[in-house]
Design a protein around this ligand. Structure first.
Ligand SMILES: [Zn+2]
Length: 258
């Protein structure tokens, strides 16, 4: 169940690094027994099968992140948060509004250095001061001056993906190192700091530490339920919430060894 829980949250949480003392989780799943039991087996019989997780809520640094298993009309079963956003999120390929892709990923003649160099990110030309968004939920792992990158922010989204933003004019206070950010949250503004010829955002997606092409990297749909699908979800969610509230909960506390 724990492995399943970790998988369901893997787009939001890096379980190797993001868990702090005091964080907690709730989980609800079904258990199937093989029928009427006897004294030895207990009154339900043997446990033959567990799962899947129907509902879970992770509380990280005091903030609660619930997810619900929900089958949509097209027959897909997926985890959604309480507002109908899929738990499997895509990273934004263009974390900025109204920008023009000015330089793609790959070999190019470097505008300042003059020689051919592999460009391991994409550039979006935009006016100075244009807001830059966090491409996904995650934790800021670098924030500040970083050589040729100028003002630079790196966000770790999960055990596999990080994104990086360079040449920023200003970095928001909410995007300092160690802060948790949400997808679409403004982390700073476009500038031309570091080795740059004009205002633009240099954007990188790192997969397993390797800079990959943001325009080509394969990602989940990151869909958000709308209209009738959202209404159906909200009804199903209320039923799950009621079921969970009616349960007698078992509490187990794990304490790290000192
Ligand atoms: Zn660039």
């Amino acid at each position: 169940m724990l492995a399943e829980l970790i998988r369901a949250y893997s787009w939001d949480v890096d379980f190797q690094r993001d868990i702090r003392a005091g964080d907690r989780f709730e989980v609800m799943y079904e258990r199937f027994f093989d029928g009427p039991g006897d004294d030895k087996r207990g009154d339900k019989g043997w446990l033959v099968y567990s799962g899947p997780i129907l509902y879970a809520a992770l509380t990280l640094s005091g903030k609660r992140y619930p997810i619900y298993l929900h089958a949509t009309k097209d027959g897909d079963s997926d985890y959604f948060d309480d507002r109908g956003q899929s738990a499997r999120k895509a990273l934004m390929r263009t974390p900025i509004d109204g920008a023009r892709l000015s330089s793609g990923f790959g070999r190019r003649r470097h505008p300042i250095l003059g020689y051919t160099k592999l460009h391991r990110g994409v550039d979006f030309a935009a006016p100075r001061g244009t807001p830059i968004y966090a491409a996904g939920n995650g934790v800021v792992v670098r924030s500040g001056r970083n050589g040729a990158y100028g003002n630079y922010v790196r966000i770790r989204h999960n055990g596999r993906y990080s994104t990086a933003y360079a040449h920023m004019r200003a970095i928001n206070k909410s995007a300092r190192r160690g802060k948790r950010v949400k997808q679409g949250q403004i982390i700073g503004t476009v500038g031309s700091t570091g080795r740059s010829t004009g205002p633009h955002l240099h954007y990188e997606i790192l997969a397993g530490g390797v800079r990959t092409n943001p325009m080509k990297v394969k990602m989940p749909s990151g869909r958000r339920l709308k209209g009738e699908a959202l209404e159906n979800f909200q009804v199903a969610r209320a039923v799950i919430d009621e079921k969970f509230a009616a349960l007698e909960t078992e509490t187990k506390v794990a304490e790290a060894g000192k």
